[in-house]
Unconditional design. Structure first.
Length: 385
């Protein structure tokens, strides 16, 4: 077993970018053992203690820099999922200890802060929930102990191979997730789709035409099976996306002013109904539109927009109202309007999607020091403090 000093040295090399592939693998093997999560926690806190007198601006910048380094070490590879686990585990411990990764030092001079989240019940996170609506209007509730469904021939099966009961003959499938729901589907051509909460995917059981057409309302992540002879087309309310084989995320909630498509891998062409001119995206680019405006293009970190499918909500790109709307969909709650005078500055870091809402609200309160929450059933009252 590696001693703690050796692991400490590897972790420092990991943060400054000098770690070798062999050393990274050693570090990954070490922290993959949950028994050592406490050691990782200590190492992260040691990094914070290096600048005890830093002001809030410097500390926040330091937190964001280290968080980015953690993610930059997780490039796609054969063991991509394993390497990404370390980034999430380290960052989650870090953010959980100090509040969303803003590297805010806690007051340790004997003062304690009173809780500003008043609640009577614990609100649990969402899970695997979805329904299928058939051509004749019949609604089939899918099993919650399964992550998704798979199209095979003329039938639908769960991920474990058991059949989806009660379907009959199916031509078109309408897969719908409620609030606090998520589900995956593998289409007839091998394309895999992750569907986020309060979303809908409409697709044919078979792609028989020259193009593979699907429709999305809400949010979905696509891994499209490559077939140059049969292009894949995703239609949303404000965008039409043409792909051959690629990985991308579509964010098209009707209650959001902005809709956007983020490309992780491959290439896509996007058109807007209001403008026939198309945009061609490269990995790391995002096409977005607000209202009736034409499509615009910007460079982004795709991880900030696709991590939801891996159980993480990244906050770096969102202000407070946007964060609350995400929480409404995932926890099936309603927030009151923000009172006048509450700042809407952006925060940095992440939320794990598998924790109770009460914990998330407490951390939000710690970051926005002018805010407090009161939970009343599934209604969350937001007020100033």
């Amino acid at each position: 077993m590696e001693d703690k000093a050796h692991i400490n040295n590897l972790f420092k090399k990991y943060l400054d970018g000098s770690v070798s592939e062999a050393e990274l693998d050693e570090l990954l093997r070490y922290f993959h053992l949950t028994d050592h999560s406490e050691v990782l926690h200590e190492l992260i806190l040691q990094e914070l203690d290096q600048e005890p007198d830093a002001d809030a601006t410097v500390v926040a910048a330091m937190g964001d820099q280290i968080a980015k380094k953690l993610f930059q070490q997780t490039k796609p590879s054969n063991n991509f999922q394993f390497k990404r686990w370390l980034a999430y585990a380290a960052a989650a411990l870090l953010f959980g200890a100090i509040g969303f990764g803003t590297y805010r030092y806690l007051n340790t001079e004997g003062t304690t802060s009173s809780p500003q989240v008043v609640h009577e019940n614990i609100i649990q996170p969402g899970g695997n929930r979805a329904t299928i609506t058939l051509d004749n209007g019949q609604v089939v509730v899918l099993r919650e102990d399964q992550e998704g469904i798979v199209n095979k021939g003329d039938a639908l099966f769960y991920a474990d191979g058991s059949p989806v009961e009660g379907l009959g003959e199916v031509q078109q499938v309408r897969l719908t997730t409620p609030r606090a729901g998520q589900y995956t589907v593998t289409l007839h051509d091998g394309t895999k789709v992750w569907l986020n909460a309060a979303s809908e995917l409409i697709y044919p059981l078979h792609f028989d035409s020259r193009e593979r057409h699907v429709q999305v309302d809400g949010e979905a992540y696509f891994e499209v099976a490559h077939n140059p002879l049969q292009p894949f087309v995703v239609k949303t309310q404000k965008q039409q996306i043409h792909v051959l084989g690629t990985r991308f995320n579509v964010h098209a909630y009707t209650d959001e002013a902005m809709q956007h498509t983020t490309l992780e891998q491959g290439a896509v062409e996007i058109q807007s109904p209001n403008n026939p001119t198309s945009l061609r995206l490269k990995p790391g680019q995002q096409a977005f539109t607000t209202g009736t405006e034409a499509l615009a293009l910007r460079t982004v970190d795709p991880q900030e927009y696709i991590s939801w499918k891996d159980g993480i909500i990244m906050l770096n790109s969102y202000d407070l109202p946007e964060i609350l709307r995400q929480l409404e969909r995932w926890y099936d709650v309603e927030f009151s309007d923000l009172p006048a005078g509450i700042t809407s500055d952006r925060v940095f870091g992440m939320i794990q999607r598998d924790v109770p809402l009460n914990d998330v609200l407490q951390t939000l309160k710690d970051n926005y020091n002018t805010i407090q929450f009161k939970i009343n059933g599934r209604r969350i009252m937001v007020s100033k403090r």
